[in-house]
Design a protein around this ligand. Sequence first.
Ligand code: UT7
Length: 345
Amino acid sequence: MTPDTSRKLVNPRARHNFQGRTCSITGVGACVPSRILTNQDLEKMVETSDEWILSRTGIRERRLAADGETTSDLAAGAAKRALKQAGVSPEDVDLIIVATITPDMPFPATACLVQRKLGSKKAAAFDLEAACSGFVYGLEIGQQFIMSRTYETVLVIGAEKLSTIVDWKDRNTCVLFGDGAGAAVLQHRPNSHGLLTAVMGANGENADLLYMPGGGSKCPATSDSVAARLHFLRMDGRETFKNAVQAMLTAAQEALARCGLDISQIKCIIPHQANKRIIDAVGTRLGARPEQIFVNLDRYGNTSAASVAIALDEVVATGRIQRGDLVLIVVFGAGLTWGAAVIEW
Ligand code: UT7
């Protein structure tokens, strides 16, 4: 395989730069439902207050999908926008990866339903499940297919309808989550930069910190399991918080080190949008300036796999990053999983 020498590397030691083609993000898009659920609305549903939610999480409101609106609808909406921005026809997509923990159904893959909605007839399609880290996992996997010349165009989507697995009687969790989707088109662009590196990690030892007990092979749906509310997510918030800060910090540092970059060189940091206090703690420990860090969880809450994908679309749409700027995405989620990606935009 002939190395791509056209690219000016940030640091030639960066892992992905030795072999294969470069992988650029040529289009991004997002789709969020129109219905807004505010903290004031939640005050009428559970024993909580706007003051508690805002001060403990930074969230003011979140979006909720309509009853008939599915994860694949949101995913297809985000994908259409990303394809339009990239100037790519749906028929030209080679692979669709949907990162989600709220598929339309246990099977078939939501990616196949998105393929049908887009009309991407030649695309292979599969789901990946890495919870809130799913979009970064998807970028890394998609990038491998571009680098290896297996595919020309890969669509990576993070999409969730978390409102269907949130226990609306549990104030510990129901105030945190929202629905939405974000997408990115991956392609090789000669003389253009792109993903410089992506870090992925996991620790199954802490799988019980954030999980949904029911609905899988361990605990199939029965009337008893439904009555016991086993088909809703559960979280040990405090422990998850601690793990999130450490894992995001380590992943971000590893990604920067691989590229030989200092945090001051990053134009925009896009952290997983779970809790403003987690974002602040990671930012401080990384030595980042507040203006480097992008936050939109006040408007969307935690949308899991969609979180950083929606945020990436927003930083592009608002002109916060320009071509050539360095972007650091850092994520954390159930599994536990984590990841970070450095992109030269
Ligand atoms: O996306 C995957 C990653 N997810 C995360 O990273 C989430 C990580 N965790 C967190 O963001 C935070 O731990 C939470 C926002 C979930 C909770 O914040 P906290 O500061 O860790 O609160 P806590 O769990 O320590 O609870 C403090 C108190 C408790 O009352 P007591 O036991 O001290 O009397 C809770 O019952 O706050 C109470 N509480 C609430 N009060 C009003 C919990 N939820 C609420 C609520 N409204 N919604």
